[in-house]
Design a protein around this ligand. Structure first.
Ligand code: ADP
Ligand code: MG
Length: 384
């Protein structure tokens, strides 16, 4: 699906050429899981999979939204009627962005939007952020708002948190808006400072596979809230603003102070060690030693499985199978309880690895996972 095709479909739908076509990618988080609501570090990179939007502005207070991935006629909304909702409609994501822009005082007066995406939805690859960011970028351009990317990401996060009603951190939107090809984004979620870290897998003879387990266990939403609340409790008990403030070399002392709070101890240990793993990964990539990040990824998985307790049998099966088939490292990525895992491997091992994973899933009587290669790709931008 190219930009030209999306523009043509827009013209069929709305009877005029679009004023432009924009794109925003999905993302994979290399390391730094469940740290973003603890003011910690994350390290996502953009996928080649992206959401395209053909858009024209309107000046009559009307927003028309159409997605090729949903089908049916365009949905027509009046800007004055936009208000936070939790009815699960897909239109809430782009409408929420328009709402957030207007709430922030930007004079957006309407738009016609046609979308088409190659980001798998609900696989933990952030199709929601891609949809929000492409909407924000198009409107920023068409209305000449001049908002820096990090601010667009903030407004998209507000759209998702308040308008859609999903309590997510700032990582996904920042990744989609700010990543660069051939790099991972080292993001400090406390002050949003960012550094592009060279992550050219192909040059090193490596591949990073994304393995979408195609399962999403139903309790994932509630469990996210519980982990978040547990982390806040840990910070309160330790007298810090956020778990980010617990130093790695002071971890044992901090855990001792939590006494009998076993569950809080596990959550705190994950967050503090995970921040250290992000810093270690950054150092290894800066030292041009990408193979050495494999064990760091695997340590991260163990921490998510045993301490944070958000893995599931399908994710563990991917990680265990990949490691025994010679992968350099593997871990679940995203919120947990399903979604995707990532596997770092020698380029020459990819064929065997993929086959071994499929055989392991077949032997366990499970739906075959979707396996694809994740090439660190460009962030959001204008195509036409
Ligand atoms: P993820 O972000 O991991 O893919 P989410 O549940 O956060 O999963 O977001 C998925 C939702 O985003 C979909 O259920 C749908 O409502 C919306 N969405 C994403 N991409 C599209 C698209 N191309 N067209 C319409 N809706 C989309
Ligand atoms: Mg999402």
């Amino acid at each position: 699906m190219g930009a030209q095709q999306v523009a043509e479909r827009f013209a069929e739908l709305y009877g005029a050429e679009p004023q432009g076509v924009w794109a925003a990618p999905g993302r994979v988080n290399l390391i730094g899981e469940h740290t973003d609501y603890n003011d910690g570090f994350v390290m996502p990179f953009a996928l080649p999979h992206r959401t395209l939007a053909a858009v024209s502005r309107r000046d009559d207070g009307v927003l028309r939204l159409h997605s090729a991935d949903i089908g049916g006629p365009a949905v027509e909304l009046r800007l004055d009627d936009l208000a936070p909702r939790s009815d699960g409609a897909w239109t809430a994501y782009p409408a929420g962005v328009v709402w957030a822009l207007r709430e922030a005082g930007h004079a957006v007066t309407g738009a016609d939007v046609h979308l088409s995406s190659t980001v798998p939805t609900g696989a933990g690859l952030s199709s929601s952020a891609a949809l929000e960011v492409v909407t924000a970028l198009a409107l920023d351009d068409l209305y000449g708002l001049g908002l820096p990317r990090w601010k667009q990401a903030r407004l998209c996060q507000r759209a998702e948190n308040v308008y859609v009603g999903a309590p997510t951190g700032i990582m996904d939107q920042t990744a989609s808006a700010c990543c660069e090809a051939g790099h991972a984004l080292f993001l400090d979620t406390r002050d949003l400072s960012q550094q592009q870290i060279p992550f050219d897998l192909a040059a090193a003879g490596l591949r990073l596979l994304v393995v979408d387990t195609r399962v999403q266990h139903a309790h994932s939403g509630g469990e996210y809230g519980k982990r978040r609340a547990g982390c806040e409790k840990g910070a309160a008990l330790l007298g810090v603003d956020a778990l980010r403030d617990v130093p790695y070399d002071g971890l044992d002392a901090a855990l001792a102070r939590l006494g009998g709070e076993e569950e809080v101890v596990r959550l705190v240990r994950h967050v503090v060690t995970e921040n250290e793993r992000v810093e270690r990964t950054v150092a290894l990539l800066r030292a041009d030693d990408p193979r050495a990040i494999g064990p760091v990824l695997t340590e991260g998985h163990a921490s998510l499985r045993d301490d944070f307790r958000i893995s599931c049998p399908e994710l563990d099966l991917v990680v265990d199978t990949a490691l025994s088939a010679g992968a350099l490292g593997a871990r679940m990525t995203g919120g947990g309880f399903g979604g995707s895992a990532i596997v770092l491997a020698e380029a020459t091992d990819v064929g065997t690895l993929t086959k071994t994973l499929e055989e392991a899933f077949a032997a366990a009587g499970r739906t075959l996972p979707r396996v694809f290669e994740a090439v660190p790709s460009a962030g959001a931008g204008r195509l036409l």
